[in-house]
Write a new protein. Structure first.
Length: 294
């Protein structure tokens, strides 16, 4: 961890989340939300550039992950509560609004914020994650997408997925990261940090409960499917599970949306194209900041 990163634990929505922070304390707030099977470290290449651009960058381990609380039960991982965790972070940091970027499951939470808590957002950025309702619609209709997403059904089983993922020093998770990314994306030092996070008591079950809750937990549907805040959708087109055909219908639900395609990147675009992703995030969030009255 870089010397200018700080860590602490914040109370939000009835739980405690471990966060990494950087940048000027009075800078515009940027929250970065990781996905499966990562933790805050999934954004480690973006934190310093955003902080250097003047933003206050806060990156949580989301509930169920690494050093954050891991509440019991599948219902605790429904999208409503996951979004309220982020709203609570904004409150705990003494802010009214934040820029939010999310990747993978962190992006699903960010989309949900855009639909249900837009008044707490400045701008959104999503990395390789479609609008949740677009994904649900296509998943029900497309056999091709069902085959790509079949692992989600395996994750619904009790205890067996945890056992399979834990075996041989998490070899299945490691192979999945390596198989779905460009060669060399995840080095041994990276994988050692991931293994340490996965080893924490209750972490695997907490991580998997995100998938279980997606199919089984109750949630309250948003009043509107539309996202009113300016939204940037970054997409690595070599994603093996989520194809670029998910982008146009997702943008169609944004009042102010645009897409940028990274033609040589996979699902792990923030790792593979860190400079470009950082540049685009800074540009997107600075535009929103400059538009605010002084």
């Amino acid at each position: 961890m870089a010397a200018d990163f700080q860590t602490r634990t914040l109370v939000t929505n009835g739980i405690r989340l471990h966060v990494v922070e950087a940048g000027p304390e009075d800078g515009p707030l940027v929250l970065l939300l990781h996905g499966f099977p990562e933790f805050w470290y999934g954004w480690h290449r973006q934190i310093a550039p955003l902080a250097a651009a003047g933003f206050r960058v806060v990156v949580p381990d989301q509930r169920g992950y690494n050093l954050s609380d891991k509440p019991k039960g599948i219902q605790a991982y429904n999208l409503d509560d996951l979004a309220l965790d982020v709203v609570g972070l904004i409150d705990a940091l003494g802010r009214e609004k934040a820029h939010v970027a999310g990747h993978d499951w962190g992006g699903a939470v960010a989309w949900w914020l855009g639909m249900k808590h837009a008044e707490r957002l400045d701008r959104l950025a999503l990395l390789n994650i479609p609008h949740p309702l677009v994904f649900e619609r296509i998943l029900w209709r497309s056999l091709r997408q069902q085959r790509k997403s079949s692992y989600m059904l395996f994750f619904q089983l009790p205890w067996l997925p945890e056992h399979a993922l834990r075996r041989n020093s998490f070899s299945l998770l490691v192979r999945t990261l390596q198989r779905t990314s460009r060669p060399g994306t995840f080095g041994e030092e990276d994988l050692a940090l991931y293994r340490a996070a996965w080893t924490r008591p209750g972490a695997l079950t907490g991580m998997l409960h995100w998938y279980r809750a997606a199919l089984r937990a109750r949630r309250s549907d948003p009043a509107s499917q539309r996202v009113p805040v300016p939204t940037l959708l970054l997409w690595g087109t070599k994603d093996l599970v989520l194809g670029r055909e998910l982008v146009p219908p997702s943008l169609a639900l944004c009042d102010q949306g645009r897409a940028v395609y990274c033609e040589e990147a996979t699902h792990w675009v923030a790792h593979e194209e860190p400079e470009e992703v950082s540049r685009l995030l800074v540009e997107h969030f600075q535009t929103g900041t400059k538009e605010k009255p002084s």
